[in-house]
Design a protein around this ligand. Structure first.
Ligand code: GLN
Ligand code: ZN
Length: 776
């Protein structure tokens, strides 16, 4: 490139894409349900993209330099990259047209599966609660420039007068996150295919430039992580190869300037490596990561996009402190420093102004996506015009930070005293061997005991009742009666199907974290604060702003009512401290350990009350344990210590004959096997259906002594497994691990599924279990 086109002084890495009222979710789900056409969904999506651009312009981002990212997705941005490079697994080959492209229906099918064709595996996106679809790459995968949506969406914006910056997952991260196709040689790694993939990216860049794009944003978060399968040296070598190729060697007649963004952590050794290539801009996450203290060779020709505004949490920034960070970046010797967000803003809700129920003081401490855009715009102005230009805004921001620090409820002495006086024995239960004997005697369960993870389908009737209760159309008593009727139905169903340990089905919970947040002190909940979790699924994270305590029992009435309906043991169901933290926006003014212990103690009180009420089995879900694992190994030990401790604090107060279960939503155990052992739960259920029980071998090899329930039914897909398939999974499972360690359950809660899927699935699971029991 002869002359680098102008980069905006302030920009954001990305923006929420689901819509302020989840418009995209509603549109795409209507399409899946056959209630609307692809054209209708496309029209809604185009409208949403226009709204985003208009809003960002209104908030102060320019139209004529590419400050506004073009980063829409119908489902997932990693799946989008697979569509762009034509890497669609062979089982879906019939969905692809002669140019290698997928239409919206085909794209949806790859994401969601059909019949026996399993969807792409889904897994956590770095240390967030977003999930992406794992590309499947083998030695034979053919890459071709097949998906032209990034170009089409760029052109769409340009035709309305907005010069956007197309965003796509970078080639290194794309392959680093991929898994090898089944049948690939054992020594094959998707990153081996980098050389073949790069020309496709070069084609895309050429096409974008031809359409008028001046900058493209390639997302390379893999470079900040040590938690992916590719060794660091390999990753760095791939980075050199990729960005030399894209910036120099492979350049087609033209390309846009390349901005490599590295959200979610510190670039570390990858920064000098990237700086030595000819890319034109590098983005640093200066919230999770830090900038080096001295000049980085190569940066003198590049723009540094300083991600000082936190894209992953909702606190209003101390703009003065951020401006200082920006000013100090001068030592790095970059050609220019511009202001950015640490990550895309799709991890935070749209707008605090859309929260009429939030306490005004709390609201004044918060910044959602729109407020963050304004912060970026302000800082960019401060950086280029000087502090005086933004004097007012700096003062306002400092006032907000100070008001938060001194507000009632933020620090409560009685809570601090309790966490401060904890002793070691609050974190320990007795010997597992003794517990095992005591629990077997009390529970008297058959081999391969069957259970579910807790929730049953949230039916339209349940949602209607909750909404009516919220609006005051149902009294508390009427609402409780409706939920009890639901519990009776769920208990009857479980008894008819023959499950061994029953659940109440969680009908009263809108969300497994929000429900507890609503019943604990120190939390606030939002009305419209939706954040994408995967595909069309969104969650509404609670805001943990103050010291936490439990004003009164939360689940005891529901659980004892359920137990009164059946002779089978009923499992009490709680969300664990780590997950409550992970799926809330947590305070950033104290160590997470303190916050986690406060939540742990509140749960410990709840568990004591459940036990005293005669509940023999209590599950404390920690699906987020793996998700919060820091991306850098140096940070693991501290994290694992506080997270495991808080779980143990919540569960260690019980008698030996009370069985503690936990549920973890994923199957990547390797890195945290020690932590799972540390949780000391009597039974741990995990996801295993999509990965076909592979994990059990590792668990057995590690000599893990306690029980596990590998999921035999993938609840992330509408597919109903066949009885033979479940029998096969269970047959594999009993070969891999001792029978008395094995439970049978679905992968996760059933709340997102419909009874039409759940009932036959559970019936088949029970039939398969009986078959395998007979062989023991
Ligand atoms: N008990 C919860 C449920 O069944 C667990 C969900 C989860 O781990 N994500 O819905
Ligand atoms: Zn789960």
């Amino acid at each position: 490139m002869s002359e680098t086109p102008q980069f905006p002084t302030g920009s954001v890495l990305g923006y929420p894409r689901i819509g302020p009222r989840r418009e995209l979710k509603k549109a795409i789900e209507a399409f899946w349900a056959g209630r609307s056409t692809a054209d209708e969904v496309e029209a809604t999506a185009a409208q949403l993209r226009r709204r985003t651009r208009d809003r960002l312009v209104e908030l102060g981002l320019p139209k004529d330099v590419p400050a506004i990212p073009s980063a829409f997705s119908f489902y997932d941005h990693v799946l989008d990259a697979s569509a762009v490079v034509g890497a669609i697994p062979a089982r879906f080959a019939d969905l692809v047209d002669e140019d290698g492209a997928l239409d919206l229906a085909g794209y949806s099918t790859v994401a969601r599966g059909r019949g026996d064709d399993l969807p792409l595996e889904m897994t956590k996106w770095f240390d967030t609660n977003y999930h992406y679809l794992v590309p499947e790459i083998g030695p034979e995968t053919t890459f071709r420039y097949a998906g032209t949506r990034p170009v089409a969406e760029f052109v769409e914006a340009l035709s309305e007068g907005v010069l956007t910056r197309p965003v796509i997952v970078g080639p290194v991260t794309y392959l680093a996150l991929a898994k090898a196709t089944e049948g690939a040689p054992a020594d094959f790694s998707p990153i081996d295919r980098l050389h073949d993939l790069l020309p496709v990216y070069a084609d895309l860049l050429q096409d974008l430039a031809a359409a008028g794009a001046t900058w493209v944003q390639l997302e390379e978060p893999a470079l900040v992580s040590e938690s992916i399968d590719v060794p660091v040296e390999r990753l760095l070598a791939a980075t050199v190869e990729a960005y030399r190729a894209l910036s120099t060697d492979l350049t087609r007649p033209q390309r846009p300037a390349i901005f490599v963004a590295a959200p979610y952590g510190d670039l570390g050794a990858a920064l000098p490596v990237l700086a030595a290539t000819d890319v034109e801009a590098i983005g640093l996450d200066l919230v999770k990561g830090a900038a080096p203290a001295e000049a980085v060779p190569g940066l003198e020709t590049k723009t540094l996009v300083a991600g000082v505004i936190d894209g992953h949490n909702i606190w209003r920034a101390d703009l003065d402190a951020k401006l200082q960070v920006l000013e100090q970046l001068e030592v790095l010797g970059a050609a220019a420093v511009t202001v950015g967000t640490s990550t895309s803003l799709f991890h935070v809700p749209h707008d605090t102004a859309d929260e009429p129920d939030l306490d005004p003081a709390l609201k004044s401490w918060l910044a959602f996506a729109d407020q963050k855009v304004a912060e970026v715009v302000t800082l960019a102005e401060g950086l280029s015009e000087g502090r005086e230009a933004i004097h007012e805004q700096l003062l306002e921001a400092s006032d907000a930070v100070a008001s938060r620090r001194g507000a009632p409820g933020v620090v409560r002495p009685e809570v601090r005293e309790r966490t401060g006086s904890l002793t070691e024995d609050a974190f320990h239960r007795g010997d597992f061997d003794d517990r095992k004997i005591a629990q077997a005697a009390r529970l008297n369960l058959p081999p391969l005991p069957t259970t579910t993870i807790g929730s049953f389908p949230q039916t339209p009737e349940i949602r209607k009742a909750r909404a009516a209760h919220g609006k005051g159309e149902l009294t508390d008593e009427q609402y409780v009666e409706e939920m009890k009727a639901e519990i009776r139905r769920v208990v009857e169903l479980q008894e008819r199907i023959g499950l061994d340990v029953l659940v109440h089905g969680e009908p009263e919970r809108n969300d497994m974290v929000q429900y507890f947040a609503e019943n604990l002190d120190g939390f606030a909940v939002t009305r419209n604060g939706w954040v994408q979790s995967y595909g069309s699924r969104c969650t509404r994270p609670s805001i943990l702003w103050g010291d936490v305590s439990r004003p009164k029992p939360i689940t005891v009435d529901w659980t004892t009512y359920t137990q009164s309906l059946t002779d089978k043991p009923v499992k009490g169901m709680l969300t664990g401290p780590v997950t409550i933290l992970a799926w809330s926006f947590v305070r950033d003014d104290q160590p997470l350990r303190e916050t986690a212990n406060q939540v742990g103690l509140a749960l410990r009180d709840e568990i004591a009350d459940l036990e005293a009420a005669g509940i023999a089995v209590i599950q404390v879900d920690e699906p987020a344990l793996r998700e919060l694992l820091p991306l850098r190994e140096a940070d693991h030990a501290d994290y694992l210590d506080w997270s495991v401790s808080s779980f143990r604090l919540s569960t260690s107060g019980v008698r030996p004959d009370t069985q503690i279960h936990t549920h973890l939503c994923y199957s990547e155990f390797g890195q945290i096997m020690g932590a799972i052992d540390g949780l000391d739960a009597d039974v741990t259920s995990i996801e295993a259906a999509r990965s076909k029980m592979e994990i059990l071998g590792d668990i057995a090899a590690a000599g893990y002594p306690r029980a596990v329930g590998p999921g035999v039914y993938d609840i992330h897909s509408p597919r109903v497994p066949s009885e033979e398939e479940v029998t096969e999974l269970l047959t594999d499972a009993v070969k891999a691990i001792a029978v008395d360690q094995l439970w049978v359950n679905p992968d996760c809660g059933l709340k997102t599924r419909r009874y039409e899927e759940v009932t036959p699935s559970l019936e088949r699971i029970l039939a398969a279990t009986r078959t395998v029991r007979a062989t023991l």
